[in-house]
Write a new protein. Structure first.
Length: 82
């Protein structure tokens, strides 16, 4: 799956030009519209917000909440064990 970012003004494809890590879970990305007449440049904040499947190599520097459906599934599995 490839994520396409569109210009919020003309809705044409926008290309990532540069990025910087703000934190372990957030990146700031500068995009530029590919429509020469528009040429809008804008910033997008890309952030990891919750865990769907726990990491096999967790970092103590990262704290993401577990999604509700994952929590429910784990609780159901624990009920079957106990």
């Amino acid at each position: 799956m490839r994520i396409r970012t569109l210009c919020p003004h003309c809705r044409e494809l926008a290309i990532a030009r540069t990025s910087r890590e703000v934190s372990r879970t957030m990146k700031e990305i500068i995009y530029q519209c590919t429509d020469a007449e528009c040429s809008h440049s804008f910033v997008v904040m890309h952030e990891a917000v919750r865990t769907l499947s726990p990491s096999a190599k967790p970092s103590a520097a990262v704290s993401l909440p577990i999604s509700q459906h994952t929590r429910d599934r784990v609780m159901k599995q624990l009920e079957l064990i106990g």
